[in-house]
Design a protein around this ligand. Sequence first.
Ligand code: SAM
Length: 298
Amino acid sequence: MKFIDLFAGLGGFHQALVQRGGECVFASELNEHLAGLYEKNFGIRPAGDIRSVDLSAIPEHDLLCAGFPCQPFSKAGDQKGLECPQWGNLFDYVVAILKLKQPRFFIIENVPNLIRHNRGKTWSIICDQLKAAGYAISFERLSPHMFGIPQKRERAFIVGDRHGLSNFAWPIPDDIPQTSIRSVLDDDPPEAQGLNGDHLRYLETWQEFVAAFPKDQHLPSFPIWAMEFGADYPLDGLTPHARGYRRLGKFKGAFGMPLAGLSPQQAEAALPSYARTTLDHFPAWKIDFIAKNRAFYA
Ligand SMILES: C[S@@+](CC[C@H](N)C(=O)[O-])C[C@H]1O[C@@H](n2cnc3c(N)ncnc32)[C@H](O)[C@@H]1O
């Protein structure tokens, strides 16, 4: 099984496929540092930017692997998708190689949001292009924790076979194995760097919080902004900046600090940093997080 490793990164596909008897015949990775590590680990110097590669010179292969950059589709990114000028068109290169070299199989990996991006339109464009390149396709969301590795990192995987996928089934275990981070930690690692005192205190405090949390309740799924605990500065209408910091005397700032008697500068400094915006109104998502934190604290 000859494979190529596009957007090779640290070589996740390479590592897995070589263990299965595969042979890597070509890799591409833009980032010099990653390309250097790839060469050190696997003895193959990846070609750089796929946009500058002569695609016809890519060796014949049975399987194309591609984890193309996920920033344009990620919930954490700008969501520009296939229109993203920096990354969006990289998928076109994958399709171009599939059409030109016609490997029998492919495996593509990306963030799960790829499927929902732009209300599913991006996903249907991608599927249509892969089918038009001659492949039967199937996709699944998988995460290492489903396979006994103690990490939750869901990814969308798409597989394709030019001969059809009627005999293919995703290898999803019936029972998700119990995993523990302890299984991959060394007891006494010689090169470990210690956490500083502050970080240890943060961790201990969170641990205390989790331990004290009622077992029959769900832990919050919104970000905890502890500065809202005790705060009641107004969220509706104008922001503190637009309203004027001298008008906040009857309210409380971060961690419930009374704002009465403070100068405008002191009142501003006593608010959480994210509440010191110069916008006239808080965006709805921020009001939502703040309101949830206050209700949670109450
Ligand atoms: C999501 S990561 C892939 C991770 C990889 N599957 C692994 O196992 O580490 C995407 C990679 O694509 C690389 N990349 C981005 N643009 C590229 C381009 N034009 N040509 C080649 N590689 C590129 C990035 O540097 C990044 O390492």
